[in-house]
Design a protein around this ligand. Structure first.
Ligand code: MD3
Ligand code: FE
Length: 217
């Protein structure tokens, strides 16, 4: 069951939807920062360009990915892991912008979720129309005590939200530009994915971007 808390005392605050006991959707929470966040992505990807990672099974992902922060997420024939350097350049990943850490801290505070500390790793995903993310769990992080904070920008998408088993029923959750999703605790290991992103009705937006900040170490 989804419950809406409309911040009755402050109508300027966007809706907060509790998807589950430790998963919260903050509709439009990042809207005031959206343009700056997109500019930050453009700066980061000058040094660490988007790439289609190859899964351990040998297939290129339809989603293009890069990272910032102390640790970035990489994939090769050895599997998925976090690395302090970008294997394409052997340079450290670009720093996580202060604006992103500030947004993460504010989102965690508003959500009321408990956290063992600030994120040290951030994946940035780019979805062209048609790109999708199949059902998976995020379990390469060493610290499950901090929630993952995810920011959606650009084209809308349908998020698939499952259970603890791949075969569990999935709910569909629409995600729009500026939405922030947080999940931790008992919801941290749920299977999840993204349906193929649809072409924008207007040609103003080419991509969907998703910023996911995690505490990996
Ligand atoms: C995980 N990204 O980078 S984030 C990923 O929109 C990833 O690009 C997706 O999955 C994206 O690993 C989704 C949002 C999300 C929301 C709820 C979850 C991830 C979740 C619930 C449990 C576990
Ligand atoms: Fe994930």
């Amino acid at each position: 069951m989804m419950t809406a808390d409309l911040f009755a005392d402050d109508p300027s605050q966007p809706a907060q939807l509790r998807l589950s006991s430790e998963a919260v959707l903050l509709k439009g929470f990042a809207l005031p920062d959206a343009d700056a966040l997109l500019n930050d992505i453009a700066t980061i990807t000058q040094r660490a360009p988007f790439r289609h990672m190859i899964t351990p099974g040998g297939k290129a992902m339809s989603v293009a990915t890069t990272s910032c922060g102390e640790l970035g997420w990489v994939s090769d024939s050895r599997g998925y892991r976090y690395s302090s350097t970008d294997p394409q350049s052997d340079l450290p990943w670009p720093a996580m912008p202060a604006r992103w850490l500030d947004l993460a801290e504010r989102a965690v505070r508003v959500s009321g979720l408990s956290s063992s500390g600030a994120p040290d790793a951030c994946l940035i995903n780019r979805y062209a129309p048609g790109a999708r993310l199949s059902l998976h769990q995020d379990r390469d992080e060493r610290d499950f005590g901090a929630p993952i904070i995810s920011i959606s920008l650009g084209l809308p998408a349908v998020f698939l939200w499952g259970g603890d088993k791949r075969s569990d029923h999935t709910q569909t959750i629409p995600l729009a530009h500026g939405d922030v999703l947080l999940w931790g605790g008992v919801d941290r290991l749920r299977f999840h994915g993204v349906r193929p992103v649809a072409q924008g009705a207007l040609s103003e937006r080419e991509f969907r971007f998703n910023i996911t900040m995690r505490k990996a170490a």
